[in-house]
Design a protein around this ligand. Structure first.
Ligand SMILES: *[C@@H]1O[C@H](CO)[C@@H](O)[C@H](O)[C@H]1NC(C)=O
Ligand SMILES: *[C@@H]1O[C@H](CO)[C@@H](O)[C@H](O)[C@H]1NC(C)=O
Ligand SMILES: *[C@@H]1O[C@H](CO)[C@@H](O)[C@H](O)[C@H]1NC(C)=O
Length: 246
């Protein structure tokens, strides 16, 4: 990781402040990690389907928690306690967005994310939340479709936001037609991960491809004011995790 670390720091430039905010905390986990579902059965169930509302912070975080849990065995050979799981960057970044108020309604038209009783609300008016949708729901659906969770994708129901429903996709077939390239890249990552012959550099490459692809559609559809920031921040956090444990 030493080689990666040096070019990442150059690329990342002055974005270290964001990381400091994350890593200064003595708790290495994202906010409310323990309150988020750690298995599918922690979600509400209806007609045999797990109901996930990605517009609730802990529900969205739960998808990451389950992904981390279900992929732990593939990273066990790189370090103890799932420390080397490359997917940690995603929940840490999402947690930072929550902590810094970026998931709240920036228009002030609703209480979403702004009032104490609405604090778990993830606003569809938050650019960060919209972009992150493609880095949470899409990888999760691709993972389910790749057999990572051992259930059929038809057993997952992703709830739409209160408005702008057309901006998002909600199940494997829907997302496969909306963002085929991104679904394929994430599926490639999860399938490669399950190969006996997979290695850390390969995983990193597949993850990078998938991550970049996840940003393509939403940054063109919702504006790409900080696409490069999003890239760099991801890498900084990733590097931070690596450096922390090596
Ligand atoms: C949430 O808090 C706001 C402001 O205190 C209040 O007006 C609103 O009725 C509360 N909503 C619920 C569902 O309790
Ligand atoms: C997937 O989502 C689309 C759009 O929301 C819907 O029309 C379709 O019935 C869903 N398919 C399944 C299998 O749930
Ligand atoms: C992968 O490795 C496991 C354990 O070493 C072995 O049992 C299994 O047959 C291997 N699978 C393939 C496809 O080589």
């Amino acid at each position: 990781m030493a080689v990666l670390a040096s070019w990442v720091w150059v690329l990342a430039g002055c974005f270290c402040a964001a990381v400091a905010e994350v890593s200064d905390s003595s708790d290495p986990y994202p906010p409310l990690w323990e309150d988020s579902p750690e298995q599918l059965s922690d979600y509400m169930m209806e007609d045999g389907n797990y109901i996930i509302n990605p517009w609730v912070y802990t529900d969205r975080m739960g998808m990451y928690r389950i992904l981390l849990e279900e992929t732990a065995m593939y990273f066990a050979k790189y370090g103890p306690e799932n420390e080397q799981n490359l997917l940690w960057g995603l929940p840490l970044q999402f947690g930072w967005q929550y902590q810094s108020g970026r998931l709240a309604d920036p228009t002030g038209m609703t209480d979403c994310g702004n009032e104490l009783n609405e604090s778990l609300c993830v606003s569809v008016d938050s650019w960060w939340a919209d972009i992150n949708y493609y880095l949470s729901v899409i990888p999760f659906l691709a993972a389910v479709d790749s057999g990572i969770t051992g259930i059929s994708p038809n057993q997952i129901t992703i709830l739409p936001p209160p408005k702008d429903q057309m901006r998002f996709c909600y199940n494997v077939s829907d997302c496969q037609s909306a963002v085929p390239g991104t679904m394929n890249r994430w599926r490639d990552f999860f399938q490669y991960m399950q190969l006996n012959s997979s290695d850390f550099d390969g995983l990193l490459n597949y993850l990078w491809e998938a991550h970049a692809s996840s940003l393509d559609y939403p940054t063109s559809a919702f504006g790409d004011r900080t696409k490069s920031w999003y890239h760099s921040n991801f890498l900084v956090i990733l590097t931070e995790i690596q450096d922390h444990y090596l």
